[in-house]
Design a protein around this ligand. Structure first.
Ligand SMILES: Nc1nc2c(ncn2[C@@H]2O[C@H](COP(=O)(O)OP(=O)(O)OP(=O)(O)O)[C@@H](O)[C@H]2O)c(=O)[nH]1
Length: 599
């Protein structure tokens, strides 16, 4: 910025401001006169001051280039935005730069719903030249993606993204004689260019477009019916022969659809976050209320932890199971407690009534005896005494009868108490039986046998439907009897809790952990092939060597032997468990503390 003194300068009258050379000369003179540093910026500012022209706005290219270099480029959309920003800086175009930055800042859609962006990428990349990729080769790749994805829209999106990434790595825009391609890789073609090229005219492309639009129409129905209707209407327009939409119009409507999807995705994201916060609050509060029951409290804490990570269908399913268990257990406990309280109240009431009656009758008796004593003292002859004795005998008999009655009633009460005790014992046994209905092991908090069976059939169906691998690891603690015998059963229990915690902390959220039997556990590893699952079990062994179990200040190393099996196509899940079990026994026989993969 120019020093203050220079801003008050009067333009010299003798300068002809139509002659740039005169202005330049005067500018140099004034720089020297005013002792201003002769930098290009100062020169430019003084020049405009003398010429009486508005100063040029300086485009801070260097600083903007540094900013552009720092922009993320982790996916195609981000790369496109960064390139738009760079191109705007290259041409010194403020308006284009602003548009690119606004797009970047408003682009917060979730990747799974960015179908609009994918469509745009497809249109762009289909028309672009790529080294070593002929149109026929592209067509072949697309056909492969289409047939491999079947009717799964999510798989299609994932595979199309992968294919586009591989195409853009072969970007051939720089080749001489290239076809009309966008100015830089990833940039969307101008609508006019698209209009002349009619991308949807290719039957394969139209088919692909229809598949995406039908996918949007189906999946967006629950999200926002308006979007689904738009997608459906567009699909109808693409299907119609002759096409009812000009390419430019089609592109425009696709872009509008994409914008609606972006907004809907933002809304969904916000709703999901708010829901997650509310549920977490509820769980925290219930957790505080159930401090007396360690199992319930533990379940609440676990659920709270599950809510703190990004939710997916598996986590929500697991949460639902845990909540059902909590509700079931709470209602059983409540009934039992209510019954016990009612019985106790009734017994106490009867006891107090009987005690009162007994006190009344013995109180009367004492008063009568005292009165009889007075009459005996005042008696003048034996006949008077005979009456008194008859009265005393009558009173005594009455008290005796009352005492006997009370004893009988107290006897009855004791009988009732014994009966109530037996009832409570029976209820407890029943509760134990009904705990079979609960899916989590009360000692360790991991799934119990029933929960495990359910998780296994759910994951097996999931894996077989999607064609993804599912592995299960069956592990058995080594020499556990020795731990029990040396340190006691209670320490054995704590060792099992420690092992469960270490397992849970070292597997992924989508993995399920269950207690299969006494000291046997099962880990279900979805989307995991046999070698990775074996490596995961070995990692668990290593984690145990780092997290010692403390038995009354004494460090104990817990080890386990494990068998791992990958569910084969069409194999019954129980059969895979059997194979893992056999591999586990092989691991035991080969010296323990090992993991063996089942053939
Ligand atoms: N503390 C405790 N012990 C249990 C529990 N369930 C089973 N056990 C004990 O675990 C022990 C298992 O012993 P074994 O089957 O001989 O196996 P091991 O000693 O681990 O020997 P290997 O399997 O050959 O390494 C038995 O003593 C069971 O009583 C439990 O819930 N708590």
């Amino acid at each position: 910025m120019l020093p203050k003194r220079a801003q008050t300068l009067q333009r010299p009258k003798m300068i002809d401001t139509t002659q740039p050379s005169d202005i330049a000369r005067e500018t140099l003179r004034q720089l020297a006169l005013r002792r201003i540093a002769p930098t290009p910026d100062n020169y430019r500012a003084l020049y405009h001051e003398i010429a009486g022209t508005p100063p040029d706005e300086i485009f801070p290219e260097r600083a903007l280039r540094q900013l552009a270099a720092a922009l993320p480029r982790h996916n195609r959309e981000a790369l496109r935005i960064a390139q738009d920003v760079e191109s705007a800086i290259g041409t010194g175009d403020w308006a284009a730069l602003r548009a690119a930055l606004v797009t970047a800042l408003s682009n917060t859609d979730s990747p799974e719903l960015n179908l609009g962006g994918l469509l745009r990428d497809l249109i762009t990349e289909w028309d672009r030249r790529h080294a070593g990729l002929t149109q026929a080769r592209k067509r072949e790749m697309l056909e492969r993606v289409l047939s491999a994805s079947g009717t799964h829209a999510d798989k299609l999106v994932e595979r199309l993204n992968g294919m586009l990434r591989s195409w853009s790595r072969n970007n051939d825009d720089d080749l001489p004689g290239g076809e009309a391609a966008p100015a830089h890789p990833g940039a969307a073609p101008a609508p006019q260019a698209a209009a002349t090229e009619a991308p949807a005219a290719s039957p394969l492309f139209a088919e692909l477009l229809l598949m995406l639009l039908d996918g949007i129409a189906t999946h967006a129905r629950s999200l926002e019916p308006g979007i689904a209707d738009d997608a459906h209407a567009l699909a109808e327009a693409v299907r119609s022969t002759p096409p009812s939409l000009a390419p430019a119009e089609l592109l425009e409507r696709l872009q509008a659809l994409r914008a609606r999807l972006d907004w809907a995705a933002e809304d969904q994201h916000a709703v999901r976050e708010a829901l997650q916060r509310v549920l977490q609050l509820i769980l925290e509060n219930i957790g505080e209320l159930v401090v007396e029951d360690r199992w319930l409290h533990g379940q609440m804490v676990l659920m709270g932890e599950m809510f703190s990570q990004p939710l997916d269908v598996r986590i929500l399913g697991e949460l639902e199971i845990r909540l059902r268990d909590v509700i079931h257990r709470q209602s059983s406990l409540k009934h039992e407690l209510d019954d016990a309280q009612t019985r106790l109240k009734e017994m106490l009431k009867t006891f107090v009534d009987r005690l009162g009656e007994f006190a009344d009758s013995t109180g009367d008796y004492h008063a009568r005896i005292e009165e009889s004593a007075g009459r005996i003292a005042a008696a003048r002859d034996i006949s008077e005494l005979t009456d008194v004795i008859a009265d005393v005998m009558r009173e005594t008999r009455a008290v005796q009868e009352s005492t006997q009655r009370s004893r009988g009633e107290i006897e009855e009460l004791r009988h009732q108490a014994n009966h109530a005790n037996a009832e409570i014992a029976r209820l407890q046994a029943e509760l134990e039986q009904t705990s079979e209905l609960i899916r989590h092991d009360p000692l360790t908090g991991v799934l119990n046998r029933k929960g495990l069976d359910e998780a296994l059939s759910r994951e097996a169906a999931f894996a077989q439907r999607r064609g993804t691998p599912l592995c299960l690891g069956l592990l058995d603690v080594d020499n556990f009897k020795l731990i029990n015998d040396t340190h006691g059963h209670q320490t054995g229990d704590e060792a099992l809790q420690h092992l469960s915690n270490v397992i849970r902390e070292n597997v992924r959220p989508q993995d399920s952990v269950g207690r299969y039997g006494g000291e046997e556990f099962v880990v279900l590893l979805p989307d995991t092939a046999l070698d990775s699952a074996t490596a995961a079990l070995v990692r668990l062994q290593r984690a145990l060597t780092k997290r010692f179990f403390l038995a009354r200040q004494q460090k104990l190393l817990i080890t386990f032997s494990a068998g791992v099996a990958e569910l084969k196509p069409d194999e019954q899940p129980e059969n895979a468990v059997d194979r893992a079990d056999k591999a586990m026994y092989l691991a035991k026989r080969s010296g323990k503390n090992r993991v063996i993969a089942a053939p």
